[in-house]
Unconditional design. Structure first.
Length: 462
């Protein structure tokens, strides 16, 4: 595995580790915060209720003392009520002046501005405290105000301890989440690493090798299958390219050899003989035309492979096109009988007329080469739903059904010797298929030995 591959894998695994660790840590933090808040609310509510009840009891007791003639400023009045070391008691007169108090812990300067009977929490010197004010009055006669301050020392210590424990649990949980996430992410990415390693080992010598497909039906299995399908296409294209280069070399070797032979003949002594010179020049002209046609066909197919066809779709009548083709074919080939089958009679097609004409010429030319003199060749058209169907049928030598699967392959010949004799290159039907596919259509062949051949091309009309 290359360094770049390792680096990409490491980045992905680290990214997954960070994501998983952050997710789990966030969950731990939220749960810890909920636990802390619930504990805080429970303790606070418990002391709220206790402080309210205590303020009512002490307030009622002070009211009884006042009714018996005791003064609220008397120190003895609070001594019996000082039973909780976490509770400080303060008494204010009606002018908001502190007149009596029992302090069990240090307090900030408190004024009687707190009028609510609901406990109010505040923090002093790191300790949570609660204070509540109770009105000492009867029959709308106010004698003073009672203020109770409760120091939640134990509760504060407990909350601090709980906070430290939860913080430690969060740190430990984050570390565990990081380690587990790292292990899980690396384990999850291990099959991808094996796929990358196997893919890097595939080159042109081992292009037929394929990746191992994992057993579980998950995304990794689909990834391996997709890559294997891609390798199948790459392998097929590579072998096809190799065959193409070999076929082109073979096609060029013969005319080049013929041309070289005639050039040598002219160079040595043929230039002195007018008949030899004329024959050699004729052969050179024929071979040059053959090579020019071969190159034109190859360029046409190359443009088809690169999807560089510029189609000019128009609607045109089929009958007129067939008439033009048969008229020119009767001049070029009077040795065969030509006919047409058009259904419906006034059928029209939306397509590139020039390319359709080129396609039909290639089909007719193919039938001429493999149909004996006197044989019949039929140009046909029919409508099938939203499809325009062209076909060329002949009464020629035919071929085996197995050959029908390959006749559209480039340079494929059923009978190489006969094809060479008739001047065939093995590209005519490949051009037919390319034109059909450029229109979004398809081509097929049906044939039997000695029974002729039918080539059918379907062009969509939607």
């Amino acid at each position: 595995m290359s360094f770049a591959t390792k680096r990409v894998k490491s980045k992905l695994s680290n990214r997954l580790t960070r994501v998983y660790a952050a997710l789990f840590s966030a969950i731990f933090f939220v749960l810890s915060a909920l636990v802390f808040l619930l504990a805080y609310r429970f303790l606070l509510q418990h002391q709220y209720d206790h402080l309210i009840n205590t303020s009512q009891l002490i307030g009622d007791a002070l009211l009884e003392e006042v009714e018996e003639g005791e003064s609220l400023s008397s120190p003895e009045i609070l001594e019996e009520m000082n039973v909780d070391s976490n509770l400080s008691i303060l008494i204010f007169d009606r002018d908001n002046k502190l007149i009596n108090r029992v302090l069990n812990f240090s307090l900030p300067n408190l004024e009687r501005k707190h009028e609510s009977r609901s406990p109010e929490p505040f923090l002093y010197e790191g300790t949570l405290m609660l204070r509540v004010t109770y009105r000492i009055a009867e029959h709308d006669i106010e004698y003073g105000r009672l203020m109770l301050v409760y120091s939640m020392t134990n509760e504060t210590a407990f909350l601090k301890l709980l906070g430290f424990l939860l913080l430690g649990a969060n740190v430990a949980g984050a570390a565990i989440a990081f380690l587990v996430s790292s292990k899980v992410s690396r384990r999850m990415l291990a099959p991808i690493g094996r796929i990358i390693t196997a893919a890097n080992q595939i080159d042109r010598q081992t292009l037929d090798a394929r990746l191992d497909v994992p057993e579980p039906d998950d995304e990794l299995r689909h990834l391996a299958l997709t890559l294997n399908d891609m390798l199948d296409r790459v392998s097929a294209a590579y072998h096809q390219q190799g065959r193409f280069v070999a076929d082109v070399s073979h096609e060029l070797r013969t005319p080049l050899a013929v041309m070289q032979g005639n050039v040598d003949l002219l160079t040595r002594w043929g230039s002195e003989d007018p008949l030899v010179r004329q024959d050699s020049l004729r052969v050179l002209a024929n071979q040059t035309a053959y090579m020019s046609t071969l190159v034109d066909n190859l360029l046409f197919l190359a443009r088809s492979d690169n999807a560089k066809f510029a189609l000019h779709r128009t609607e045109f009548p089929v009958k007129k096109l067939f008439s033009e083709l048969l008229e020119e074919q009767s001049l070029l080939d009077p040795a065969h009988t030509y006919s047409t089958e058009i259904t419906p009679e006034n059928g029209a097609v939306i397509a590139d007329r020039t390319m359709i004409a080129q396609m039909l010429r290639a089909l007719v030319d193919n039938s001429v080469k493999y149909t004996p003199e006197g044989g019949a060749i039929t140009l046909g058209y029919r409508q099938s739903g939203d499809q325009a169907v062209f076909f060329v049928r002949d009464t020629g030598v035919g071929m085996e059904p197995e050959d029908c699967k390959h006749v559209f392959d480039r340079f494929y010949r059923v009978d190489a010797a006969r094809a060479r004799a008739t001047g065939g290159m093995g590209l005519g039907l490949s051009i037919v298929l390319a034109i059909a596919q450029s229109h979004g259509g398809s081509a097929s062949a049906e044939s039997k030995p000695g029974k002729g051949t039918t080539i059918t091309v379907t062009i969509p009309q939607d």
